[in-house]
Structures are given as structure tokens and as C-alpha cells.
Design a protein around this ligand. Structure first.
Ligand code: COA
Length: 186
């Protein structure tokens, strides 16, 4: 697929994904990105997991992660019926990790197709979350978390979207790799 700065795409909100073709596109994109996550998604049981450690049932395929993910809300970036990116989130989210930022729309996973990166799609999906959700899905805060070496995502959150650091869990993903929680008031 040829994707560039001028490729048109549409952002769409899905409170849930029931269509089998869309579910399977989300699954393919998740599997394309699975090894970029720390720890890799196939080592995880769910997007909300609080403790990371070896998963002895690891098959290399993030089946459990997908099963949990697909029950969430989504913003999809679609070009000509093909999925370029997704952002999954839980709405009306409360957590002890984000006590000053609740209730929120908590972004659990962002995946942009490798050929469509650095085109502003992740940035546009956050803007959509801030401004374009139907009124009953709007929350006073948007929140997320990522691992401390994920510079691409952190740059977007702090430099482009003015998120603040809500909490840091030291060495949560392994020695020297922390989990950082972010929040932003709308
Ligand atoms: C992190 C990720 C979601 C970024 O998506 P993206 O659509 O490429 O990001 P954007 O194009 O919106 O980036 C916005 C800004 O961040 C910066 N940026 C993004 N990726 C960058 C990179 N690899 N190097 C340097 N800067 C980068 C750019 O400055 C860009 O600013 P610009 O609009 O002025 O060019 C994507 O790389 C991805 O899917 N990674 C794998 C999975 C992941 O890490 N998900 C996040 C954790 S859940």
C-alpha cells in the first residue's frame, strides 16, 4: 500500500466493533505491531494488565490481549476501506493510578501501520478523542500509559498534545524500563 502525506483518510468512532471484517483488520494490525511493545503483546494477558512477567502460555500470538482489546471503544483511521491505524480506549475510566485525572477516556493501545507512520495519524486520532467523540462519550480527561523507552509515543503526548505525567512506576517493564501514566484535562 502506498501511503503519503496527501493520502486522504477518515477517522471513525466505534463504541464497539461487531463487523467481522473490521475485527479482522484490527487483529492483523495488532499482530503487525505486537513485537514493538515492551513487553511484547504476546507476553501479556490483557491491555489493562498491572503486573508484567513471563507468560508461560506464550504462543507468540497475542490472542488473550486481542480478546480483551476488541471489547473496547475504537477510533479507526481508514483509507479506501483499508485500516491505517487504531486507537482503543475505555470510557468513563477510574483507576488509583490516575486519581487526579478521572473519569477519563483511557487510551489502552495505539497502532499505526508501519507504512503510514510519521504522517500525523496518531496525533490526529488524539485530536479526534479530544474534540470529535459523541457527547455522551466525552470525559473531562484523556489518559494513557506507555513504557519509558517509547520515545515516539511520549514525544506526541508531551510535546504535541500537552499531556502531563500522572505517575511513574519504576522498573515496571524490566530493569530501567518504567511505566509512565499520562493525563490531560480537556
Ligand atoms: C507511536 C506511534 C503510535 C506513532 O504514530 P504516528 O502516526 O507515526 O505518529 P504521528 O505521525 O502522529 O507523530 C506525531 C509527531 O511525533 C513525532 N514522531 C512520531 N514518530 C516519530 C519518530 N519515529 N521519530 C521522531 N519523531 C517522531 C513527529 O515529530 C510528529 O510530529 P510532526 O507531526 O510535527 O511530524 C506509532 O509509531 C506506532 O504505532 N508504534 C508502535 C506501537 C506503539 O508504540 N504504540 C504506542 C503505545 S500504546
Amino acid at each position: 500500500m502506498d501511503v503519503g502525506r496527501t493520502t486522504p483518510y477518515e477517522l471513525k468512532f466505534f463504541p464497539s466493533i461487531t463487523d467481522e471484517d473490521i475485527r479482522s483488520s484490527v487483529k492483523s494490525l495488532l499482530f503487525e505491531c505486537k513485537d514493538e511493545f515492551v513487553p511484547p503483546l504476546s507476553d501479556r494477558r490483557s491491555p489493562g494488565q498491572s503486573e508484567f512477567g513471563p507468560n508461560h502460555e506464550n504462543s507468540g500470538i497475542p490472542v488473550g490481549y486481542f480478546a480483551e482489546l476488541i471489547r473496547q471503544c475504537f477510533v479507526l483511521a481508514v483509507h479506501d476501506n483499508s485500516l491505517l491505524a487504531f486507537m482503543s480506549f475505555r470510557s468513563n475510566y477510574y483507576s488509583d493510578d490516575l486519581i487526579e485525572y478521572q473519569p477519563s477516556n483511557y487510551v489502552t493501545t495505539v497502532c499505526v501501520k508501519k507504512v503510514a507512520r510519521r504522517l500525523g495519524i496518531c496525533s490526529a486520532m488524539y485530536d479526534f478523542m479530544f474534540r470529535e467523540l459523541p457527547s455522551h462519550f466525552r470525559m473531562p480527561f484523556t489518559t494513557t500509559r506507555t513504557w519509558s523507552s517509547n520515545k515516539d509515543h511520549i514525544r506526541i503526548l508531551t510535546d504535541k498534545k500537552a499531556f502531563s505525567v500522572a505517575r511513574v512506576v519504576q522498573d515496571h517493564r524490566g530493569a530501567g524500563i518504567h511505566t509512565i501514566y499520562f493525563g490531560k484535562r480537556l
